[in-house]
Design a protein around this ligand. Sequence first.
Ligand code: G3P
Length: 218
Amino acid sequence: MKFFIDTANLDHIQEANEMGIIDGVTTNPSLMAKEGIKGEKAAHKRYKDICNLVNGDISAEVIATDFKGMIREGETLAAIDEKIVVKVPMILDGLKAIKYFTGIGIRTNCTLVFSPGQAILACKAGATYISPFIGRLDDIGYDGMQLIVQLSGIFAVQGYETQILAASIRNPIHIIKCAEAGAHVITSPLEPILALLKHPLTDIGLEKFLADHQKANG
Ligand code: G3P
Protein backbone atom coordinates (compact mmCIF):
# COMPACT_ATOMS: atom_id res chain seq x y z
CA MET A 1 0.00 0.00 0.00
CA LYS A 2 1.33 3.40 -1.00
CA PHE A 3 1.33 6.34 1.42
CA PHE A 4 0.37 9.80 0.19
CA ILE A 5 0.29 12.82 2.48
CA ASP A 6 -2.91 14.87 2.37
CA THR A 7 -1.77 18.46 2.83
CA ALA A 8 -0.46 21.55 1.06
CA ASN A 9 1.82 22.36 4.02
CA LEU A 10 5.43 22.20 2.84
CA ASP A 11 6.86 21.55 6.34
CA HIS A 12 4.55 18.56 6.83
CA ILE A 13 5.40 17.25 3.36
CA GLN A 14 9.12 17.67 4.04
CA GLU A 15 8.84 15.92 7.44
CA ALA A 16 6.94 12.94 5.99
CA ASN A 17 9.25 12.79 3.00
CA GLU A 18 12.31 12.59 5.26
CA MET A 19 10.71 9.58 7.00
CA GLY A 20 11.17 7.85 3.64
CA ILE A 21 7.64 6.52 3.41
CA ILE A 22 5.90 9.05 1.17
CA ASP A 23 4.87 8.03 -2.36
CA GLY A 24 2.86 11.11 -3.29
CA VAL A 25 0.78 14.09 -2.16
CA THR A 26 -2.90 15.01 -2.40
CA THR A 27 -4.31 18.50 -2.03
CA ASN A 28 -7.77 20.01 -2.31
CA PRO A 29 -9.15 23.58 -2.33
CA SER A 30 -9.78 23.47 1.45
CA LEU A 31 -6.19 22.38 2.17
CA MET A 32 -4.82 25.12 -0.14
CA ALA A 33 -7.01 27.72 1.61
CA LYS A 34 -5.77 26.46 5.01
CA GLU A 35 -2.24 27.39 3.92
CA GLY A 36 -3.40 30.88 2.90
CA ILE A 37 -2.80 30.19 -0.80
CA LYS A 38 -4.95 32.53 -2.89
CA GLY A 39 -5.18 32.85 -6.68
CA GLU A 40 -4.10 30.64 -9.56
CA LYS A 41 -0.49 31.87 -9.68
CA ALA A 42 0.14 31.11 -5.99
CA ALA A 43 -1.58 27.73 -6.30
CA HIS A 44 0.53 26.75 -9.31
CA LYS A 45 3.70 27.80 -7.49
CA ARG A 46 2.74 25.62 -4.50
CA TYR A 47 2.09 22.63 -6.79
CA LYS A 48 5.50 23.13 -8.42
CA ASP A 49 7.19 23.42 -4.99
CA ILE A 50 5.52 20.16 -3.91
CA CYS A 51 6.59 18.45 -7.15
CA ASN A 52 10.17 19.55 -6.48
CA LEU A 53 10.07 18.06 -2.96
CA VAL A 54 8.43 14.68 -3.56
CA ASN A 55 9.14 11.92 -6.01
CA GLY A 56 5.61 10.66 -6.72
CA ASP A 57 2.14 11.56 -7.90
CA ILE A 58 0.85 14.98 -6.83
CA SER A 59 -2.92 15.55 -7.01
CA ALA A 60 -4.05 19.08 -7.94
CA GLU A 61 -7.79 19.74 -7.95
CA VAL A 62 -9.79 21.70 -10.52
CA ILE A 63 -12.12 24.43 -9.24
CA ALA A 64 -14.40 24.54 -12.30
CA THR A 65 -17.50 22.33 -12.22
CA ASP A 66 -18.39 22.48 -15.94
CA PHE A 67 -16.77 20.26 -18.59
CA LYS A 68 -15.02 23.01 -20.57
CA GLY A 69 -13.76 24.74 -17.45
CA MET A 70 -12.41 21.48 -16.01
CA ILE A 71 -10.63 20.67 -19.28
CA ARG A 72 -9.05 24.12 -19.45
CA GLU A 73 -7.93 24.02 -15.83
CA GLY A 74 -6.83 20.38 -15.90
CA GLU A 75 -4.65 20.84 -18.96
CA THR A 76 -2.98 23.87 -17.34
CA LEU A 77 -2.41 21.92 -14.11
CA ALA A 78 -0.99 18.92 -15.97
CA ALA A 79 1.46 21.22 -17.77
CA ILE A 80 3.01 22.34 -14.44
CA ASP A 81 4.88 19.05 -13.99
CA GLU A 82 4.66 15.46 -15.20
CA LYS A 83 3.99 14.37 -11.59
CA ILE A 84 0.63 16.20 -11.54
CA VAL A 85 -2.54 14.10 -11.38
CA VAL A 86 -5.67 16.15 -12.11
CA LYS A 87 -8.25 15.81 -9.34
CA VAL A 88 -11.83 15.98 -10.59
CA PRO A 89 -15.07 15.81 -8.55
CA MET A 90 -17.52 12.90 -8.95
CA ILE A 91 -20.19 14.77 -10.90
CA LEU A 92 -21.52 14.21 -14.43
CA ASP A 93 -19.21 16.75 -16.10
CA GLY A 94 -16.38 15.43 -13.93
CA LEU A 95 -16.92 11.96 -15.35
CA LYS A 96 -16.85 13.35 -18.90
CA ALA A 97 -13.66 15.26 -18.05
CA ILE A 98 -12.02 12.07 -16.69
CA LYS A 99 -12.87 10.29 -19.94
CA TYR A 100 -11.38 13.19 -21.94
CA PHE A 101 -8.19 13.39 -19.84
CA THR A 102 -7.71 9.62 -20.03
CA GLY A 103 -7.92 9.85 -23.83
CA ILE A 104 -5.08 12.37 -24.01
CA GLY A 105 -2.86 10.66 -21.41
CA ILE A 106 -3.51 12.97 -18.44
CA ARG A 107 -3.84 11.01 -15.19
CA THR A 108 -6.82 11.70 -12.93
CA ASN A 109 -8.00 11.31 -9.35
CA CYS A 110 -11.78 11.18 -9.02
CA THR A 111 -12.59 12.80 -5.66
CA LEU A 112 -15.64 12.94 -3.36
CA VAL A 113 -16.51 9.28 -3.90
CA PHE A 114 -18.96 7.96 -1.30
CA SER A 115 -20.56 4.89 -2.90
CA PRO A 116 -19.64 1.78 -4.93
CA GLY A 117 -21.77 3.02 -7.83
CA GLN A 118 -19.78 6.25 -8.08
CA ALA A 119 -16.55 4.25 -7.91
CA ILE A 120 -17.61 1.92 -10.74
CA LEU A 121 -18.48 4.89 -12.99
CA ALA A 122 -15.10 6.52 -12.35
CA CYS A 123 -13.31 3.25 -13.18
CA LYS A 124 -15.30 2.93 -16.42
CA ALA A 125 -14.33 6.51 -17.37
CA GLY A 126 -10.65 5.56 -16.88
CA ALA A 127 -9.72 7.33 -13.63
CA THR A 128 -6.18 6.58 -12.44
CA TYR A 129 -7.33 6.87 -8.81
CA ILE A 130 -10.66 7.09 -7.02
CA SER A 131 -10.81 8.80 -3.63
CA PRO A 132 -13.44 7.32 -1.30
CA PHE A 133 -13.76 9.56 1.81
CA ILE A 134 -13.77 7.35 4.91
CA GLY A 135 -13.91 9.95 7.69
CA ARG A 136 -16.77 11.93 6.18
CA LEU A 137 -18.87 8.74 5.93
CA ASP A 138 -18.09 7.97 9.59
CA ASP A 139 -19.14 11.56 10.43
CA ILE A 140 -22.70 10.92 9.23
CA GLY A 141 -23.09 7.51 10.88
CA TYR A 142 -22.00 5.24 8.01
CA ASP A 143 -19.02 2.87 8.27
CA GLY A 144 -16.48 4.46 5.91
CA MET A 145 -14.17 1.47 6.15
CA GLN A 146 -16.94 -0.81 4.91
CA LEU A 147 -16.84 1.10 1.60
CA ILE A 148 -13.12 0.32 1.21
CA VAL A 149 -13.77 -3.38 1.94
CA GLN A 150 -16.64 -3.43 -0.60
CA LEU A 151 -14.56 -1.64 -3.25
CA SER A 152 -11.64 -4.03 -2.77
CA GLY A 153 -14.01 -6.92 -3.46
CA ILE A 154 -15.47 -5.29 -6.57
CA PHE A 155 -12.03 -4.39 -7.92
CA ALA A 156 -10.78 -7.96 -7.41
CA VAL A 157 -13.76 -9.40 -9.31
CA GLN A 158 -13.73 -6.82 -12.09
CA GLY A 159 -9.95 -6.41 -12.47
CA TYR A 160 -10.14 -2.61 -12.68
CA GLU A 161 -6.79 -0.89 -13.20
CA THR A 162 -7.94 2.19 -11.24
CA GLN A 163 -6.35 2.45 -7.80
CA ILE A 164 -8.36 2.84 -4.59
CA LEU A 165 -6.93 5.90 -2.85
CA ALA A 166 -8.55 5.93 0.60
CA ALA A 167 -9.00 9.55 1.71
CA SER A 168 -10.46 11.52 4.61
CA ILE A 169 -8.25 9.49 6.94
CA ARG A 170 -8.57 10.73 10.51
CA ASN A 171 -6.60 8.27 12.69
CA PRO A 172 -3.98 5.48 12.58
CA ILE A 173 -6.64 2.74 12.81
CA HIS A 174 -8.06 3.95 9.49
CA ILE A 175 -4.63 3.41 7.90
CA ILE A 176 -4.17 -0.09 9.36
CA LYS A 177 -7.68 -1.15 8.34
CA CYS A 178 -7.12 0.20 4.81
CA ALA A 179 -4.00 -1.98 4.58
CA GLU A 180 -6.04 -5.00 5.73
CA ALA A 181 -8.85 -4.22 3.27
CA GLY A 182 -6.50 -3.94 0.30
CA ALA A 183 -6.59 -0.21 -0.51
CA HIS A 184 -3.86 0.54 -3.06
CA VAL A 185 -3.07 3.92 -1.48
CA ILE A 186 -4.00 5.90 1.61
CA THR A 187 -3.75 9.66 1.81
CA SER A 188 -3.47 11.02 5.32
CA PRO A 189 -2.52 14.19 7.17
CA LEU A 190 0.82 13.98 9.00
CA GLU A 191 -0.64 13.30 12.50
CA PRO A 192 -2.17 9.83 11.85
CA ILE A 193 1.05 8.78 10.07
CA LEU A 194 3.15 9.88 13.07
CA ALA A 195 0.72 8.11 15.41
CA LEU A 196 1.56 4.80 13.68
CA LEU A 197 5.11 5.24 14.91
CA LYS A 198 4.29 5.40 18.61
CA HIS A 199 4.08 2.56 21.12
CA PRO A 200 4.52 3.04 24.90
CA LEU A 201 6.53 -0.21 25.17
CA THR A 202 9.02 1.15 22.62
CA ASP A 203 9.56 4.28 24.75
CA ILE A 204 9.79 2.26 28.00
CA GLY A 205 12.12 -0.28 26.37
CA LEU A 206 14.43 2.40 24.99
CA GLU A 207 14.56 4.17 28.34
CA LYS A 208 15.59 0.89 30.03
CA PHE A 209 18.26 0.13 27.40
CA LEU A 210 19.79 3.58 27.88
CA ALA A 211 19.60 3.36 31.71
CA ASP A 212 21.30 -0.09 31.69
CA HIS A 213 23.99 1.21 29.34
CA GLN A 214 24.57 4.18 31.64
CA LYS A 215 24.86 1.87 34.71
CA ALA A 216 27.40 -0.37 32.98
CA ASN A 217 29.43 2.44 31.44
CA GLY A 218 29.23 5.05 34.21
O1 G3P B 1 -8.37 13.85 0.65
C1 G3P B 1 -9.61 14.31 1.09
C2 G3P B 1 -9.48 14.79 2.47
O2 G3P B 1 -8.66 15.92 2.50
C3 G3P B 1 -10.73 15.08 3.17
O3 G3P B 1 -10.43 14.94 4.51
O4 G3P B 1 -10.74 15.23 6.90
O5 G3P B 1 -11.56 16.98 5.30
O6 G3P B 1 -12.72 14.80 5.47
P1 G3P B 1 -11.42 15.51 5.59
